[in-house]
Design a protein. Sequence first.
Length: 270
Amino acid sequence: MPFATVDGQPLHYIDQGNGPAVLLAGSYLWDQAMWAPQIAALSQHYRVIALDLWGHGESGPLPEGTKSLDDIARQALALLDHLNIERVTLVGLSVGGMWGVRLALSAPQRINGLVLMDTYVGVEPEPTRQYYFSLFKQIEDTGVIAPQLLDIVVPIFFRPGIDPQSALYQEFRAKLAALPPERLHRSIVPMGRITFGRDDLLPRLGELNAENTLVMCGDQDKPRPPSETKEMAELIGCPYELVPEAGHISNLENPQFVTEALLKFLAERT
């Protein structure tokens, strides 16, 4: 398994295919395996990099001194440097989009294209932020994501009509239930606080290259509703697309639609 040491910790990634580079940056509480359908298709034509967020998948714990999404963006840039990748198309879903925008703003010369999926770079609405922080406190106090919390957390990621007995739903629930206390305490909870305590980047969206940016969102995304996608697209001046029959993890709920949209976007820019 390939790892890069960044800020003293092993950052796990996969590197598949040849051609122009594409970096896939996923959601909080998911690892790089969430991109499996897109990796299989995109790696036929592109060099696809997908990383595990700190404390997720095979990556090591959140490095000391990591306090903000700007730090996460800087660490991802260090991975690109490690791989000698000069320019990349970045596809960021959820928190991947939140730090992906920061990377694009801090190093625009490294970005061929930017796809922001099911994400929002404004501040978290205060009632939602307080609610999520209360969940983090419960996890911190108990050292587990207890069954009653799983009943709250897991449905957030999917469209309302999903079958809770489906493999996608059950596998995600089982992964969260199995997270060990040290990982929750050292990485998952702090990463959640960084994510939902983020600062407001909406005023800077106009600095992005509108011609090289696309915003996408599941049409039934609950935590990051389509209204936020439309707001960001207007501020950037770029197009947006709604993914039919999909919630927050839109690339897995409607993989064919998302994969085709990404292939079209990439073909126009590489």
